[in-house]
Design a protein around this ligand. Structure first.
Ligand SMILES: Nc1ncnc2c1ncn2[C@@H]1O[C@H](COP(=O)(O)OP(=O)(O)OP(=O)(O)O)[C@@H](O)[C@H]1O
Ligand SMILES: [Mg+2]
Length: 399
């Protein structure tokens, strides 16, 4: 860039020239994306995280893909050359959606097979779409209509080994289907005030678990009225009172210990790994449902009853911390999970989703941010969760 200064003393020319050169440099840097806040950074760590979220890290159905090369294009798009999976697998929404979301991107700009190396695929992540995602996530909860669910039969899913199907469909959000992926989050807490749709969501998950041949246990102080059609399929009769629930928790803890021993003998670190190797197939994954966690922390009742509740709660804390390896998943609900009801141990170990709550304080207690108090009261089944620091929304869709 030539800068002509016709007036003023000689030395001002140098100053103007320097300013001009600086401006050119800044413009170049911005154009190349070096200071673009949308710039995608893909390294081995973020790639691993994305694979885990897309359930490709230790999925028995697929070979784990490896990252061959990362290329950055002038327009900011990032091209990943990956090896190990065909392009058709990368196009599956249940894989592409969480993988892209992990980089803050809505979808792949393109997925193409390498023309020379058949085992390689080129995945292009469009950096420009990041803004849209941020906007969608930052929108007032409940203000935008969620997309209509697309019901698609997935033959692969139907054919898969029951143990391999470790994700539960919860509903539909702005980014597509929302799953509870037990390999990522072994336990789930469904919070929300009365009528927000907790039990309905829990029923949906229980149905899927039973379809997949999981062992399902239920502790429900409401006597199981929300689960009538499922009660006969439970691994043990439903437990209504803490004094009945405690022996169940003790039995399951013994099962956990027994499984640990078996895993050690088999030389594997988790039940999932054992199943991948065709071992311990008789040990089925377990879903332990507690519909209303406050059953174990209410302060009413005599001394003996309190002791039972405290002991039961301690077992839940132990499961939350330790049972990922042994395939025992907790599915908990709570209208208002205070620190006392939830306990910090459990809070750290569970994936928290939240339906409508009465006030901002409740939303902060559950999600760590406000928002759930703004969900529409006339739409039960609307839930929020936090992913990568962003609030995301979905609707539980009844079959
Ligand atoms: N996803 C949904 N779509 C449509 N209606 C729903 C949905 N979820 C719940 N509902 C309706 O809302 C009502 C209350 O739901 P649900 O019993 O699941 O709430 P809850 O959060 O478990 O309440 P509580 O804390 O009192 O047990 C249900 O009777 C059902 O009709
Ligand atoms: Mg309920």
């Amino acid at each position: 860039m030539a800068i002509h200064v016709t007036h003023g003393p000689e030395h001002w020319r140098w100053v103007e020239w320097l300013l001009g050169a600086g401006a050119v440099l800044v413009a170049y840097v911005a154009w190349t994306g070096w200071i673009d806040r949308n710039r995608l950074i893909v390294d081995a760590f973020s790639f691993e995280e994305a694979l885990r979220r897309a359930d490709l890290w230790d999925n028995p159905r697929y070979k784990r893909p490896s990252l061959v090369r990362v290329k950055e294009r002038a327009n900011g798009d990032v091209e990943l050359v990956v090896q190990g999976l065909p392009a058709s697998i990368w196009q599956k929404p249940e894989i592409a959606d969480p993988f892209c979301a992990s980089f803050g991107v809505e979808r792949f700009r393109s997925v193409t097979q390498d023309p020379k190396r058949r085992d390689r695929v080129h995945l292009v992540l469009a950096s420009g779409s990041l803004d849209q995602v941020v906007k969608a996530a930052g929108r007032e909860p409940g203000t935008r209509r969620l997309p209509k669910p697309k019901v698609k039969r997935d033959r692969d899913d139907e054919d898969a080994h029951p143990a391999a199907r470790m994700s539960f469909l919860l509903g539909y959000g702005h980014d597509g289907r929302v799953f509870w992926q037990t390999p990522v989050w072994p336990h789930l807490l469904v919070a929300g005030s009365t009528g927000s749709g907790k039990s309905t969501l829990i029923r949906l998950i229980m149905q899927q678990a039973l379809d997949r041949d999981w062992l399902v246990y239920l502790i429900d102080p409401k006597g199981g009225v929300d689960y009538l059609e499922l009660l006969t399929w439970l691994a043990e009769p439903m437990k209504e009172f803490p004094q009945d629930a405690l022996p169940l928790l003790e039995t399951l803890w013994a099962k956990h210990r027994e499984r640990l021993t078996k895993l050690k003998e088999a030389g594997v670190s988790s039940l999932r790994e054992a199943h991948q190797q065709g071992l311990l197939l008789e040990e089925k994954p377990i879903l332990l449902v507690v519909d209303e966690l406050s059953i174990f922390s209410s302060n009413t009742g005599g001394k003996d009853e309190k002791e039972v509740r405290v002991r039961a709660h301690t077992y839940l804390e132990r499961f939350a911390l330790a049972s990922r390896a042994t395939g025992i998943a907790l599915l908990l609900s709570a209208q208002y999970p205070t620190a006392e009801i939830l306990g910090s141990q459990i809070r750290q170990q569970v994936w928290r989703i939240c339906g409508r709550v009465d006030d901002e304080v409740a939303s902060r207690t559950i999600l760590g941010v406000p928002g759930a108090e703004k969900l529409p009261p006339d739409k039960p089944g609307r839930f929020l969760y936090v992913e990568h620091g962003e609030l995301k929304e979905f609707q539980v869709t009844l079959p």
